[in-house]
Design a protein around this ligand. Structure first.
Ligand code: ADP
Ligand code: MG
Length: 252
């Protein structure tokens, strides 16, 4: 069986003034993979994520999503790609404060307009059930916990059935129990076929990825293949050990 490449990053460079923040980055992601991006603070992880997901534009190089070069698309077309083909989860949920959990989740679905309102509502209900937040659907977002907000942010990110789920430190503001619960959800989404790319500092989070990319000063220093995550305590501790040793050899 041949695996299909869903994302190809080719010779990507990003400069800010005279500062070369990303320096000729190339890598590929196969459909259904879970890639973790690690590296010291300031190494360019967020910049890389923003440039491959169209939140920012590279200075040079190409980003090919599902066979289509997207990095030079006009803003309107790029927004449509982001809305329909990508989902985003950040360290903080960025949900709208004056809307309920449910309304926050359906909003990008209504905005995309590619599915009927009824279908969007059904999707939202299914996602909330899957992530265990059905009971807080009509709650004010000011009244729910950080873990619940992140679950809602995941539902919102998935409402248009994206090809890729991106996360920039999605568990960075969560405690270790909540991190585990949120990562169980992300692993389950990945197991159902959604490609996942997340930036993280957390070895326990990155050990759930199938591949890890290590950045230093805007360069890919090395890559580690861990294989698909299995929900098994023993396997998980071996993955963490292997990743920990590899990271140590990178100077992490
Ligand atoms: P990381 O996510 O790995 O901590 P970032 O991608 O946020 O790193 O930043 C990488 C480098 O790029 C840092 O030196 C940062 O100061 C610089 N940088 C990021 N965004 C900008 C910007 N908008 N303007 C100028 N420099 C920036
Ligand atoms: Mg960052």
């Amino acid at each position: 069986m041949t695996t299909k490449t869903i994302l190809e990053v080719k010779n990507l460079c990003k400069d800010y003034e005279d500062d070369q923040v990303l320096n000729n980055i190339s890598f590929q992601v196969a459909e259904g993979e879970f890639t973790a991006i690690m590296g010291p603070s300031g190494s360019g992880k967020s910049t890389l994520l923003y440039n491959i997901s169209g939140m920012d534009r590279p200075t040079s190089g190409a980003v090919v999503l599902c066979g289509k070069e997207i990095s030079k698309l006009p803003d309107g077309q790029m927004s449509a790609v982001r809305l329909n083909q990508m989902g985003f989860v950040f360290q903080h949920s960025h949900l709208l404060k004056n809307l309920s959990i449910r309304d926050n989740i359906v909003l990008p679905g209504f905005k995309a307009g590619t599915q009927s309102r009824e279908r969007v509502n059904q999707n939202a209900a299914a996602l909330m059930k899957k992530t265990g937040i059905t009971n807080i659907a009509d709650h004010d977002i000011k009244k729910v916990s950080g873990g619940q907000l992140q679950r809602a942010a995941i539902c919102r990110a998935l409402i248009n059935n994206p090809d890729i789920l991106f996360g920039d430190e999605p568990t960075g503001a969560l405690n270790s129990n909540t991190t585990r619960e949120v990562m169980d959800i992300i692993n389950a989404i990945n197991a159902e076929g959604t490609t996942v790319i997340i930036v993280t500092h957390d070895i326990k989070v990155a050990a759930r990825a199938s591949n890890v990319i290590y950045l230093i000063d805007g360069n890919i220093k090395d890559k580690l293949e861990l294989g698909k995550f299995q929900d098994d305590v023993q396997t998980q501790s071996l993955r963490e050990k292997r990743l920990g040793e590899w990271l140590e050899s990178q100077g992490f």
